[in-house]
Design a protein around this ligand. Structure first.
Ligand code: B1M
Length: 210
């Protein structure tokens, strides 16, 4: 079994310590941090999601897998950000109100930081008013909204309406998250949609004309 396969298994099993050790091993073997994410962590969380959907595991197990993934991310984040040059652009990001999922949003944050963005991360369960206040305070070029639940997708639309009608300075809005589609993004008046963290970088840069 390869190191990435072992790491994937450790995350699925919720073994945080092993996840950290195997992440370090993968990096020592010369694996690129982005490949560790794409080839071990994201597939692991898909397995977890499937098992949850099929009733094979429950929320506590899902949570310990998420924690193992976060342990791995603590080693990967500084390397993904690597370049560490003075940020050229500003972004505000958050998971919309009612939604506590933050792993995908955190990945987007890390990659945006790596692409020279100063990122103000508002966290999870963020009310529309908090986005509006942050936009006024930080004057970002772009705002990222994440949602992982079909039940919180409407909060995404409500947040966009609040931003558009809230006297905010002009700002591009990018949306993403597993249940979100390009069509939904258009329907709620977002400027763009990205299906994954990697493409969110290109899309953000395109939207702000960088
Ligand atoms: Co939840 N959960 N969860 N969960 N959870 C899902 C999303 C679910 C699909 C599982 C399932 O049924 N198969 C399901 C949603 C079903 C639906 O709405 N149709 C679900 C459910 C039902 C729930 C609860 C309601 C369970 C309950 O309590 N009964 C509850 C809701 C709590 C709440 O939010 N109010 C809940 C709770 C949790 C935990 C807290 C236990 C935990 C979250 C921990 C955390 O995030 N800190 C959790 C987890 C871990 C999951 C799964 C297993 C994994 C999510 C994840 O992190 N994936 C998930 C099943 C799944 O997705 N496979 C599931 C890895 C991550 C890298 O992917 O976040 O999709 P993702 O991000 C992707 C893209 O979507 C995109 O980029 C990333 C990849 O590159 N992306 C963006 C994301 N945001 C973006 C923003 C962008 C651009 C791209 O631009 C701004």
């Amino acid at each position: 079994m390869t190191t990435l396969e072992s790491l994937s298994q450790a995350v699925v099993a919720g073994k945080s310590k092993d996840a950290k050790t195997l992440t370090q091993l993968a990096l020592d073997e010369g694996t690129r941090p982005g490949d560790v994410v794409d080839q071990a962590l994201v597939p692991a969380m898909s397995v977890v999601g499937e098992r949850f959907k099929n009733g094979e595991i429950f929320v506590p197990e899902m949570l310990i897998s998420a924690r193992a993934m976060k342990e791995s991310m603590t080693l990967l984040e500084p390397r993904l950000v690597a370049a560490g040059i003075t940020p050229k652009f500003t972004a505000v990001i958050g998971t919309v109100q009612g939604d506590l999922h933050d792993i995908g949003k955190n990945l987007v944050t890390i990659l945006w930081k790596g692409a020279n963005f100063r990122v103000i991360d508002l966290g999870v369960n963020v009310p529309a008013s908090k986005f509006v206040a942050a936009i006024k305070q930080h004057q970002p070029q772009i705002v990222g909204l994440s949602a992982l639940l079909t039940t919180t997708m409407p909060a995404m639309g409500a947040t966009i309406r609040a931003i558009r009608t809230g006297d905010c300075p002009p700002v591009k809005i990018l949306v993403g998250g597993a249940p979100v589609s390009r069509q939904f993004a258009e329907e709620i008046g977002a400027d763009g949609y990205a299906p994954d963290a990697s493409s969110s970088v290109d899309k953000a840069l395109e939207l702000i004309g960088a």
